[in-house]
Design a protein around this ligand. Structure first.
Ligand code: AMP
Ligand code: MG
Length: 405
């Protein structure tokens, strides 16, 4: 006999995500919900097996739930909870579960109250949003009129049903669905550490870390080329004892792998976790009690875009490219003058010039205790070259601020 865990014993370790709506499959709306949910699920150690989008067609929606429930412990859907006849998520799930939706009196009261409060007649069409099937618990929606559902199947699988608008979906996932899933037994203990690297390309990072580590499954080491850094993400789940390998917690596995990764690429690490450049620079400036003035030439404002508006950024100048041959030989002197004119303690200048298809970058930093200068060539030109020039600038700035000798 096939072992069929009861709803209490089935731990939810795999998931599929369904994005429902013709606006998604026609390309009118970009599906951001699935990615956000996938990220959250992965963070809880739930393996996402598949993400799919389906149009507002009954057989498509029903079929998508049916087949997802054959594979995954947990199916999370967004969309199709509107009041109109083309929103078919509720009736599709009811059909898949073989249940009949009825109007939930509590939901109806709440729903009618939303209109009464504004003195508007309740459109009877909206009554559909008070529907519930017996095996569903409703998930409150404080930002809209579509409550969600959390459905427990007899075989222990779970369906979480959320509305499409991201500002409704997000708090419902976080405050309504997640706590119930966690209580129920959700994902695996998973530890994650991220190293943020700069001044190196992803392929070199991968080469230095080596194929053996990158192919390993637990702990897992993966590289991600982000706009502002190459991230090396190390993640692990607890490993039971097997053969002559002892049992290891997720963190013990990371303690073992991290030194290997640091030995390979530690020299490029500028931050950990999800630290941003302005956060890293801001904390160094605050440590010294300093403020910053910047000047950028030929970067299209990419430096100020990267830094954003910060209390410690007292001046940011954006200038067009300097005419050929008129460059100041004394970039450090110019940076010190900028700093003095702005009344800040730290100055940062960056200028770019196209060289071949790439971007030649010149960066200078002046602080009360030292100056620094660097010329590099950023890969490619245009928008990419300009944003890499800004990264070269903040990298030299951070490095200089961190030097305590
Ligand atoms: P619905 O719940 O299907 O009525 O969706 C209402 C609105 O939510 C849509 O018109 C979109 O603007 C937005 N929306 C629906 N699904 C998604 C999704 N997967 N990602 C981002 N936005 C979405
Ligand atoms: Mg829709």
């Amino acid at each position: 006999m096939e072992y069929s865990p009861t709803s209490a014993s089935r731990r939810l370790v795999t998931a599929e995500i369904l994005s429902i709506g013709t606006e998604i499959t026609s390309g009118e709306t970009r599906d951001t919900n699935a990615g956000e949910l996938a990220r959250s699920l992965t963070g809880f150690g739930v393996e996402v097996l598949r993400m799919a989008a389906v149009p507002d067609r009954r057989e498509a929606v029903e079929g998508a739930f049916r087949s997802a429930l054959e594979r995954a412990d947990l199916v999370v859907s967004t969309g199709g909870l509107g009041p109109t006849p083309d929103d078919l998520t509720r009736e599709s799930i009811a059909a898949v579960c073989g249940e009949t939706p009825t109007i939930d009196p509590d939901l109806e009261r709440w729903l009618r109250g939303l209109w009464d409060r504004r003195g508007i007649t309740f459109p009877e069409m909206n009554l559909k949003q008070a529907w519930r099937i017996p095996s569903a618990r409703s998930l409150a929606n404080p930002n809209g009129t579509a409550p969600g559902w959390l459905v427990e199947r007899p075989n222990g699988r779970v369906i979480v049903v959320l509305p499409g608008p991201p500002r409704e979906m997000r708090p419902m996932w976080r405050d309504e669905a997640l706590p119930r899933l966690i209580e129920r037994g959700f994902g695996s203990e998973r530890a994650v550490r991220t190293l943020r690297l700069t001044g190196v390309g992803e392929s070199i990072v991968a080469e230095r870390i080596g194929e053996a580590l990158l192919r390993q499954v637990n702990p897992e080491v993966a590289t991600y080329a982000r706009a502002d850094a190459i991230d090396v993400r190390m993640s692990a789940s607890p490993r039971p004892a097997s053969g002559d390998l002892p049992e290891r917690s997720a963190n013990e596995l990371l303690d073992e792998v991290e030194p290997l990764v640091l030995a390979a690429v530690g020299g490029y690490v500028w931050a950990r976790g999800d630290t941003s450049w302005p956060e890293a620079i801001g904390s160094e400036l605050e440590r010294h009690g300093w403020t910053l003035a910047t000047r950028e030439l030929g970067t299209g404002g990419s430096l100020v875009t990267l830094l954003g508006s910060r209390p410690w950024l007292v001046r940011s100048e954006v200038l067009a490219e300097r005419p050929r041959g008129s460059g100041r030989a004394d970039a450090v002197g110019e940076t010190a003058e900028l700093r003095d004119a702005a009344g800040s303690e730290v100055g940062l200048t960056v200028s770019t010039r196209m060289r071949g298809g790439d971007t030649a970058v010149s960066v200078a930093v002046a602080t009360p205790v030292r100056t620094a200068r660097r010329r590099t060539v950023a890969f490619l030109g245009g928008e990419l070259g300009r944003s890499r020039a800004a990264l070269a600038a903040v990298a030299l700035l951070l490095e200089t601020l961190r030097r305590d000798d």
